[in-house]
Design a protein around this ligand. Structure first.
Ligand SMILES: N[C@@H](CCC[C@H](N)C(=O)O)C(=O)O
Length: 279
C-alpha cells in the first residue's frame, strides 16, 4: 500500500512527515523507517516524524524515529517542521495560536511567527546526572565541565537533557573536529546508558557560538535543535555565553534564549517543505 508523505527540513536537518492523525499507532515500524530514511535505497532523511492525535488535552502527539530506527524523546528541528506540516494540513494561516504537542519529553509548544519562522517553547533543561542519564556524576549531581576520556583524549564535558541526552564540549576550532571518528565513541560511551548526542562548540563571543553535532541514532546532521538549546545552557553554566545567543550550525543559525523569568528555553528558526509524494 502506498503511503503519502511530505519531506521537510529545518536548517538541513531533514525529516519525512506522515499524517498519522487517525491513530495513535505509527503507520510504519522502526524497521520500515530505516528503509525510508536510507539516502540510497529510500527517500532519504535524518528521521521520520508521525503527527498523531493529541493526548491529555494536547492538540497533537509527535513520535519520531531516528534514521537507525531508534526512538528519541524529542527533536527540536523536527517539531518546527511538524508545526508547519500541521498548518499545511489544516490549511490555515501561519499565525495560528501555539500548538501544544505531546512528546516523550513532555508538552512542547511551537508557534508560527509573522516572519515565517517557528518559535518553540522547549521547556526547562534537566541537569541532574540521573536525568541525562549519565554515570559521570552521582545521580543527584550536575555534570559541569567534567573530564571524560574519549579516543585517547580528555574532553571537559557538560551534560544537559532537553528530554533527550546531550554531551557538550567546548573546543578552539569546530572545523578541526573529526566528527566521523570521534562522534560514535561519545555516542556509545558506557557512561551514557541511553547513548548520547554530542555537540562540539566554539565560542565566537558571548552571544555567538558555532556548533557541530554527532546525533545519537543519526550521525552527522546539518543541525540539531535540542542540541543547540542544550549547548546554550552548557555555555551559561560554564560562564562562556549569555542567556541569549545565536548558534551557527552547518545548516544555518538558530536563535536560543534561556529565560531567567521561567527557566524555559525558547528556540526560533525556520522549517520548510521540500516535496510531497507517495511511497
Ligand atoms: N535533530 C534533532 C534531534 C533528534 C533526536 C536525536 N537524534 C536523539 O536521538 O536524541 C533536533 O533537532 O533536536
Amino acid at each position: 500500500m502506498a503511503i503519502e508523505f511530505s519531506k521537510y527540513h529545518g536548517l538541513g536537518n531533514d525529516f519525512i512527515l506522515i499524517d498519522n492523525r487517525s491513530s495513535l499507532t505509527p503507520v510504519l515500524t522502526p524497521e520500515k523507517a530505516v528503509q525510508w530514511c536510507d539516502r540510497h535505497f529510500g527517500i532519504g532523511a535524518d528521521g521520520i516524524i508521525f503527527a498523531l492525535p493529541g493526548q491529555n488535552g494536547t492538540d497533537y502527539t509527535m513520535r519520531i524515529f531516528n534514521s537507525d530506527g531508534s526512538e528519541p524523546e524529542m527533536c527540536g528541528n523536527g517539531i518546527r517542521c511538524l508545526a508547519v506540516f500541521l498548518t499545511d494540513l489544516e490549511g490555515i494561516s501561519r499565525t495560528k495560536d501555539k500548538y501544544h504537542i505531546h512528546t516523550l519529553a513532555g508538552v512542547i509548544a511551537p508557534q508560527l511567527t509573522d516572519d515565517g519562522q517557528v518559535k518553540v517553547d522547549m521547556g526547562e533543561p534537566r541537569l541532574l546526572a540521573e536525568e541525562i542519564p549519565t554515570t559521570l556524576s552521582p545521580s543527584e549531581f550536575q555534570v559541569i565541565n567534567q573530564p571524560l576520556e574519549v579516543a585517547g583524549k580528555t574532553w571537559d564535558v557538560t551534560c544537559v537533557s532537553m528530554g533527550n541526552p546531550h554531551c557538550i564540549t567546548f573546543v578552539e576550532d569546530v572545523a578541526a573536529i573529526n566528527l566521523e571518528s570521534i562522534g560514535p565513541q561519545f555516542e556509545n560511551h558506557p557512561v551514557f546508558p541511553k547513548k548520547t548526542n554530542t555537540e562540539f562548540i566554539e565560542i565566537v563571543n558571548r552571544n555567538y557560538l558555532k556548533m557541530r553535532v554527532w546525533e545519537r541514532g543519526a550521525g552527522i546532521t546539518l543541525a540539531c535543535g535540542t542540541g543547540a538549546c542544550a549547548s546554550l545552557v552548557a555555555g551559561v553554566l560554564n560562564d562562556k555565553c549569555d542567556r541569549t545567543a545565536t548558534i551557527e550550525l552547518p545548516g544555518g543559525p538558530l536563535e536560543i534564549e534561556w529565560s531567567e523569568l521561567d527557566n524555559r528555553i525558547y528556540m526560533t528558526g525556520p522549517a520548510e517543505r521540500v516535496f510531497t509524494g507517495k511511497y
